[in-house]
Ligand binder design. Structure first.
Ligand code: 5AD
Ligand code: SF4
Length: 439
């Protein structure tokens, strides 16, 4: 019987956390996790299909697995598994398991099948109202815990695979979220990251009926939890009471990631984002007028089909107006099954690339200016690691800014990991701050 497994994970934090749950499930069945594929009998690959040539990369890696690890058991999990389904068996006949995230709660049964030698085991149904909850999660980080509150997505943005790969929206009960939060606190975690493709669409299915802001407040009051973060938010359902909750409770981190995707209302309409530029800007105003200094970050797609120079300039102007703390930016890429595939006026690759570079340079200048303003301020940092190359401790502020700092106890033996320290910012770059600890 196979007993050792190796897992490789790509994609978003939801995917990383899914892997933590999958690992926990396997360990509970007596499996042992290995660092390299060579030592393992079962090789799992948790995949992402959000952009580019994700499928090709997966098949390439699967070929490599086959060549180097003949005769072992192979499983493809996650978004490419869901998207490509049984086609994976045709292109990569050595694969034994194909399972999307909506079927992970059936993993124990699927493992039994694999162990008894079954081939072509699948978990591909999206027709579910269940979430993947397990007490067995094996978490990677000892201080910061991911916690899923809502799975799937009902939004159907024209460019996005997620509704096809993660299925319909399903929220967990508030009881179950709070129970897990208390458990995490008692295990020593001090930071919780609430996860969902669309966290602010959260709707408690139990009679308590909490909405997202109420759930956020409740998690923020769990004793021992010093920081609560959440990602990702969709602007359409982003209500002001979320900002009020952050204003009133220091343990709710003053950072909001609110992907705008484009600064042009015309492009937003074709993206089926369900908000206009003005509606987005109203949410920005709420945050700018909040009691606490909220860091706002975003995602932007350039070169969406039909994006004109004027549309693109509207996005550049939006950056000027909002002054985001940081930004993830992407060239539009065609994804299977999505409505935007059928759109006309796809832009040439070079034009998308040109726009991406202009956008990124603008944001870089904004970050240089914004970060310079932090010099002299004192921020509380949750310490993550010691970087021996720079001889600095590495941590994050409540606003999720990387702050690298020196401390009287230099060297990893000081074991500052997991502690919270006040740090004075002494220098700033475009992507991070440098400082010295006051304690
Ligand atoms: N092309 C480019 N970027 C995309 N994103 C999602 N789908 C696509 C696509 N087809 C980006 C969005 C989203 C982030 C996670 O990935 O900006 O917010
Ligand atoms: Fe990738 Fe999206 Fe799937 Fe996350 S949900 S793994 S980003 S495709």
């Amino acid at each position: 019987m196979m007993k050792k497994f190796y897992i490789e994970t790509f994609g978003c934090q939801m995917n990383a956390h899914d892997s933590e749950k999958v690992i926990g499930t396997l360990l509970a069945r007596g499996y042992e996790q290995t660092e390299t594929p060579a030592e393992a009998d079962l090789l799992l690959y948790n995949t992402c299909s959000i952009r580019d040539k994700a499928e090709q990369k997966v098949f390439h890696r699967l070929d490599q697995f086959k060549r180097e690890h003949k005769g072992k058991t192979f499983g493809v999990l996650g978004c490419v598994a869901q998207q490509e389904g049984e086609k994976i068996f045709d292109r990569a006949p050595h694969v034994d398991l194909v399972c999307g995230s909506a079927s992970y709660n059936k993993l124990p049964e699927m493992l039994i099948q694999l162990e008894s030698g079954a081939k072509r085991v699948t978990g591909l149904s999206l027709d579910t109202d269940e979430t993947f909850e397990t007490p067995l999660t094996r978490r990677d980080n000892p201080y910061r815990a991911f916690l899923t509150i809502i799975e799937g997505c009902d939004k159907s943005c024209a460019y996005c695979v997620v509704p096809f790969t993660r299925g319909p929206e399903r929220s967990r009960t508030s009881d179950s979220v709070l129970r897990e939060s208390f458990e995490l606190s008692s295990m020593g975690y001090t930071e919780i990251m609430l996860l969902g493709q669309n966290v602010n669409s959260y709707r408690d299915p139990s009679p308590a009926g909490l909405d997202f802001a109420a759930l956020l407040r409740a998690v923020g009051q769990v004793p021992g939890i010093r920081r609560v973060r959440f990602t990702t938010s969709h602007p359409r359902d982003f209500q002001k009471d979320i900002i009020d909750a952050i204003g009133e409770n220091e343990s709710l981190c003053n950072h909001v990631h609110l992907p705008v995707q484009s600064g042009s209302s015309e492009v937003l309409a074709r993206m089926l984002r369900q908000y206009t530029r003005d509606e987005y800007m109203r949410r920005i105003d709420w945050m700018k007028n909040a009691k606490r200094d909220i860091a706002i970050t975003t995602d932007i797609i350039v070169g969406f089909p039909g994006e004109t120079d004027k549309d693109f300039e509207a996005t550049l102007r939006l950056l000027d107006e909002v002054q985001f703390e940081s930004m993830f930016s992407f060239k539009y890429s065609k994804r299977p099954n999505t409505p935007a595939l059928q759109y006309e006026d796809h832009l040439p690759e070079e034009e998308k690339q040109r726009r991406l570079l202009i956008l990124q340079e603008k944001q870089r200048q904004i970050q240089i200016r914004r970060n310079a303003a932090y010099v002299g301020q004192v921020h509380e940092v949750l310490v993550e690691t010691f970087n021996s190359a720079t001889q600095q401790w590495v941590g994050k502020t409540s606003q999720h800014k990387p702050l690298n700092f020196t401390h009287v106890s230099q060297g990893p033996e000081a074991a500052l990991q997991g502690t919270y320290l006040p740090v004075r910012v002494t220098r700033a770059g475009p992507n991070s701050l440098v400082g010295e600890s006051l304690q």
